[in-house]
Design a protein around this ligand. Sequence first.
Ligand SMILES: [Zn+2]
Length: 80
Amino acid sequence: MDSGMMSKIEKARRYAEQPDRICFEEFKVRLAGDNDSHVVTFSGGQWSCDCLFFARRGVCSHTMALERILGTMIPVAQEV
Ligand SMILES: [Zn+2]
């Protein structure tokens, strides 16, 4: 392996240990819930989930689970 690639791998390792460098702008995932699976999206700073609870409250167990996983890389959904 050449030294250029070695330095890139080292930099990647350092970046991966510093998640505060990362800020999600958008994503879409399917979460397998206990009763049904739900599609959760994040775009333009806004969360969305196709479950009924999210439609009523603007936050749900699915968005909260993703907040826990993503930590500082994503803003927390606000209850409406
Ligand atoms: Zn939901």
